[in-house]
Every structure is written in C-alpha cells, then in structure tokens.
Ligand binder design. Structure first.
Ligand code: R5P
Length: 293
C-alpha cells in the first residue's frame, strides 16, 4: 500500500508514515486533512511587544475569532488567562522568548516554557523563533534542536518561526529559503515564514510545510487577501496571521474571507466580496459551508 499524504503543498508533501500516531494526530488538528491547509490565528505578539494595539485584552480579541481559527498561536500566559479551556481549538504554544522590543536585541531568545508544561496544557504544537544570520544564530538554532528532541519524545510537533527582529528588509527569498531550510534540517515539523517575491524558491527548498505570517498591518484588506492568495498559489499550506486580522475594523469578516482563500480556493476579488457582505450584513457568508470550522 502506498504512503498516505496528509498535507499537500504545491511542491512538497509530508508523508504521514514518517511520524508516530500522536505527532500525526496533532499536526492533523492544525493542518486540516480535508484541504491540507490551515488558518492559524497568531496572538503571541505580547511576548516581546507588550499590549499590542487591538490585542490589549487578549480574551476580547480572541473570543469572537476562535470559531473561525484552525489553531491559536499564543503563550502560556495568554492561554491560561484568556482562552476558555472548554474550547476545542488546537493550541500552538509559543515557548521561546526572553527579549523585548525596548531591549538591546530582539534575537537573544531562550526556551521559556518547558515541554512538561506544554504537555500539561494539551497543546497541538510548540513554536519558537530562530534568528538566522543574527548575533544569536547559534543559540536560537540549538534551542530549536533541543525543542525538536523533546517534541519527538512526546509526540509534539515543532513550528520554527524564521524571525527577523527589527530587520524587516531581510525578508527576501534568498534569506528566507536559507532560514526555512535550516529549520527543516534541524527537524522542525513545519515552518512559519514571511511571504516574499519568488516565494516558490522558499517552498522548493523546504521539505516541510510552510505557513506565512501576515506581518505589520497592510494598508487595505485587499492587500492582505492578495498576500494570502499569493502564498497559497506559491505553495504555502496556510497562514499564521495576526495583525491583519485583529487590527482590521472587522476581524470576523476578515478571518472568514481569509478562510475562503486558504480552504476554499477563492480569488482575491471573491474574498473581498465575502468580507464586504459579512461586514455589512453580519450574515454567515460562507461560499463553501463544508469548510466552516
Ligand atoms: C512574531 O514573531 C509573532 O510570532 C507573530 O505570531 C507573527 O509575526 C504573526 O503575526 P502577524 O501576522 O501579526 O505578523
């Protein structure tokens, strides 16, 4: 019998048989086997930025969005204080930190949360940042290695975030392809990166699924739809988006429209229609009802 492909991106597939049941099951809770895609909601910004605009009260921000998210990326502090434990949404737990936006260096991160606590919190995956090319490259890459070792032991997948700190201009295909490949080589089970020109090169060189961050809020909703659309077309398995959703004037219509792009394969124009109709009528606008969480 052939191998079962559980996650698809344009060029790469993850063969489920390589993984143990627990690891497969946790990843399938995040990257939905029905479409091979995911819409993760990122709300971990406070771990280095403090009370970020529109995320001042994490519970208020996240509650209306939970039902539309395939996973929530947050720290244990936000999880324990602001997410209802009765919720069934899978958690991708940020376990790295130790630097702040006003400190000397954003790249000086350590692992701040134990795997034992991640197990206690019943998370679907653990996430940490790597800063390739920075003064703390070695430290953050060896953090990743250690986390993967422990993740493998407990059946918990690891999401590596190819972070750039304040150097946003680093986000080009050459740099991101290097960082994503290194993350995969060290054993990350999936990687979060930025969308960029020639993103196909980043996908081609990375043998594990990629999700893209939204980055700072873009000028219009249409820009965010375009980013999500292009990333999916070029082979990402989804988004791990924060500010472009919850800093929008209409976060729920926004995430519904992003879901339609990621899971429903709609165009940017159709996504804009979903957004407009949903925002104006508050009606349940879902082009493909089967894709609702
Ligand atoms: C940054 O390191 C944080 O981990 C965020 O999760 C990430 O940047 C995604 O959020 P956004 O779409 O707001 O960039």
């Amino acid at each position: 019998m052939g191998e079962t492909v559980i996650f698809r991106c344009r060029r790469n597939s993850v063969r489920a048989e390589r993984m143990d049941w627990g690891m497969k099951n946790r990843l399938s809770r995040i990257i939905k086997p029905e479409t091979g895609r995911t819409v993760m909601l990122a709300v971990d910004h406070g771990y280095f930025m403090g009370p970020t605009h529109k995320l001042e009260e994490p519970r208020k921000t996240t509650e209306p969005l939970l039902a539309h998210s395939d996973a929530i990326m947050c720290t244990r502090g936000v999880l324990r204080t602001s997410i209802n434990p009765g919720s069934t949404v899978p958690i991708v737990l940020r376990v790295s930190g130790g630097a702040s936006i006003i400190g000397e260096s954003l790249t000086n991160e350590a692992i701040t949360t134990s795997v034992r606590d991640a197990v206690r919190l019943n998370v679907a995956a653990m996430a940490l940042s790597i800063f390739v090319g920075s003064a703390h490259e070695h430290q953050t890459l060896t953090n990743l290695g250690k986390l993967v070792n422990e993740g493998e032991e407990h059946g918990i997948p690891v999401l590596a975030v190819t972070a750039v700190g304040k150097e946003l201009e680093k986000r080009d295909a050459r740099y991101l392809a290097l960082a994503c490949r290194i993350a995969a080589e060290i054993g990350a089970h999936f990687v979060k990166t930025y969308y960029c020109e020639d993103f196909g090169k980043v996908v081609k060189g990375c043998p594990v699924p990629l999700v893209v961050a939204g980055g700072p809020k873009l000028e219009t909703e249409l820009d965010a739809f375009q980013l999500a659309y292009d990333a999916i077309q070029d082979g990402a398995v989804g988004v791990d988006m924060g500010r472009n959703i919850w800093q929008s004037e209409h976060p729920v219509p926004m995430i519904k429209a992003i879901r339609e792009i990621v899971h429903g394969g709609v165009t940017v124009r159709e996504a804009q229609e979903v957004y407009d109709r949903s925002k104006n009528t508050k009606e349940q606008v879902i082009l493909r009802p089967s894709l609702a969480r």
